[in-house]
Design a protein around this ligand. Structure first.
Ligand code: KG4
Ligand code: ZN
Length: 339
């Protein structure tokens, strides 16, 4: 089954073609990062406009690279939630028109379910059930993946998402947007014990996260150093920050796997590219005898392939949308569209 899928939830205009879900024939990502870097973060209105400019070319390129004629497609998938509403609407409206014109089924895909599916592409043998640590710019979730479309949230953040914390910490450190990967690079040159940073615990919710205190602590250290004229150990602070995030994420992921009797732990989302998180998880999973699934960096950030892969499983589960499909800025990963 050939599926063309479109992703436009944030600042990447992406399209991909999948064959029976896990085989990716093309994966075209047009990043707008440079455009937003000037402003130090994503400007939603610019994101929407750039998606409009880029989407036709990105889709044509995805079909060309896949060597697929649009009439050979079996379905069109699209990210409809969650994300920036104006950005999502560009992909949703394009996909609706495209599916209608070709008379093909339209499959609505939840962006975070797509992130999990990056693991199905990277690891053809991986099947649910497993536990997944989902860490992106907008979400931090521990998910019990019972089936491809049957998911239960075990833990979530009470304030900032992990990626958001990375981006904000990077900004106070004067690093260019997108900050997470820059901060990771700087951190590798520093001492993870250089600064004492908090690790928040959410009372009565051992699998929930909180990152706002950590973000504030970094900001205070930077401002104090500036006010006193003391030289800041930027690499040390970046390194201590990465260590604190890993100390928050990894034990909860291990505990979630233990509580659900999972034998497999998958990781997904932009922050899954973080080197501290990856090496810490590798060690702890080996110690605990847990199989770890870490997608390659190219599949951690937003892309169309993960949506094209998840669209296949949504299709098998009976998910279909009509011309009434709307975008949603927020939506639980547990909710299907029609099911
Ligand atoms: O999943 P994603 O591409 O987009 C969303 O769905 O939000 O995640 C983007 C997030 C950003 O906050 C970015 O700073 C972060 O992932 N990120 C990283 C790294 N690479 C990207 N955070 C930490 N370390 C990295 N190496
Ligand atoms: Zn994402």
């Amino acid at each position: 089954m050939l599926i063309l899928a479109i992703e436009s939830s944030c600042d990447e205009t992406a399209a991909a073609v999948s064959l029976d879900g896990r085989t990716i024939l093309s994966n075209v990502v047009l990043s707008q990062a440079d455009m937003h870097a000037v402003f130090g973060g994503i400007v939603p209105e610019i994101a929407s406009r750039k998606h409009i400019e880029g989407i036709c070319g990105v889709v044509s390129e995805a079909l060309r690279i896949a060597g697929v004629d649009q009439h050979d497609l079996d379905a069109v998938g699209v990210t409809y939630a969650p994300g920036l509403i104006g950005a999502l609407l560009v992909g949703v409206n394009f996909a609706k028109s495209y599916a209608l014109a070709l008379n093909k089924p339209l499959i609505p895909v939840h962006h975070m379910r797509g992130h999990i599916a990056a693991n199905y592409i990277a690891f053809p043998e991986l099947e649910p059930p497993f536990c997944c640590l989902l860490v992106s710019g907008g979400h931090t979730l521990l998910v019990d993946v019972r089936g491809y479309t049957d998911l239960r949230v075990l833990g979530t953040t009470r304030d900032d998402a992990a990626g958001e914390a990375f981006d904000k910490a990077a900004r106070v450190l004067g690093l260019p947007y997108p900050g997470g990967s820059e901060l990771d690079r700087l951190a590798r040159m520093g001492d993870p014990h250089a600064y004492k940073l908090p690790r928040a615990i959410v009372d009565g919710a051992p699998l929930d996260f909180s990152f706002s205190g950590l973000k504030t602590a970094v900001r205070n250290i930077v401002h104090n150093a500036q006010q006193r004229g003391v030289k800041l150990d930027r690499a040390g602070l970046a390194s201590s920050f990465c260590q604190a995030v890993a100390d928050t994420l990894v034990p909860r992921a291990m505990e979630a796997a233990r509580l659900t009797h999972a034998t497999k732990l998958a990781v997904a989302g932009g922050v899954a590219a973080n080197s501290f998180l990856r090496s810490r998880l590798t060690k702890e999973c080996a110690d605990a005898g847990l199989s770890l699934y870490l997608p390659p960096l190219s599949l951690c950030g937003d892309n169309g392939a993960m949506i094209a892969c998840q669209a296949y499983f949504e299709y098998l589960a009976g998910e279909r949308a009509g011309s009434g499909l709307n975008a949603r800025a927020t939506l639980s990963i547990e909710h299907g569209y029609t099911l």
